[in-house]
Design a protein around this ligand. Structure first.
Ligand SMILES: [Zn+2]
Length: 239
């Protein structure tokens, strides 16, 4: 399974998932069709599936155009805000690309319909806007309790599981993480790494479960109340 980022808008990543044996390519959260089609063409890949983690337009805005251009099958949360959806997904649903089998878990908080797509054997998870490197999504629809439980669930995956997030927010998150845990050496070291990567215009993703357990204050919060306090603080934090 090859996984390639396609940058979109100012800070989104749309992930292309290619399975060589079957020739299948899935696209995760295509907010925009054009950059996805351009990258697929450059690589000689044909988009056969679209997977959405949640309804926000910067994750679904390219569904219709991509489906029209490629005939791809659209799988996403079970609500009427997913454009052109063919296959409804919910807790326990299965996804397949070639021989790879993924499973769906519900991770509400950023939105109520938010899903994560997990390929256990490959140690890969697409987490949309639920978890970010050193951060998490804003609470637009869900409660702190829901989001805290969702983050715990994601970081109970095996330590080496790679987490593919949908935005390049890592540097701002790292600054907040350092502010909230100034004595945490893993956070300080990662802030420097991330700063160096971003200075060179490089991507900071994917992250993994072990790294987030060590450096993500929202994951490290000891309960939903502490999580809620951090989330409120981050919402008004100016680095
Ligand atoms: Zn979102």
């Amino acid at each position: 399974m090859d996984i390639i980022p396609v940058p979109a808008f100012t800070d989104n990543y749309i992930w292309l998932v290619h399975d060589q044996p079957s020739g299948e390519t899935a696209v995760v959260d295509p907010g925009d069709a054009q950059p996805v089609l351009a990258e697929a063409e450059r690589r000689g890949w044909t988009i056969t599936q679209i997977w959405n983690t949640h309804w926000h337009p910067d994750h679904t805005g390219g569904n219709v155009a991509l489906k029209q251009a490629t005939g791809a099958r659209v799988s996403g949360p079970e609500n009427d805000r997913i454009p052109a959806r063919d296959v409804p997904l919910s807790e326990g649903s299965e996804l397949r690309i070639g021989e790879h089998v993924g499973r769906v878990i519900e991770v509400p908080g950023h939105t109520l319909d938010h899903l994560a797509l997990i390929f256990d054997e490959e140690r890969v998870a697409f987490v949309g806007d639920a978890l970010f490197a050193m951060g998490c999504g804003r609470l637009f629809e869900g409660t702190p309790e829901q989001m805290y439980a969702s983050l715990q669930r994601l970081t109970e995956l095996p330590a080496e599981t790679r987490l593919y997030c949908a935005h390049e927010y890592t540097l701002a998150n790292a600054r907040f993480a350092h502010h909230s845990e100034p004595q945490n050496e893993a956070i300080t070291a990662r802030l420097e790494q991330v700063r160096a990567l971003r200075d060179e215009g490089k991507i900071t993703l994917p992250t993994d479960v072990a790294i987030e357990r060590g450096t993500n204050p929202f994951v490290r919060a000891s309960n939903a109340q502490e999580f809620a306090r951090l989330r409120r603080e981050k919402d008004s934090f100016r680095s």
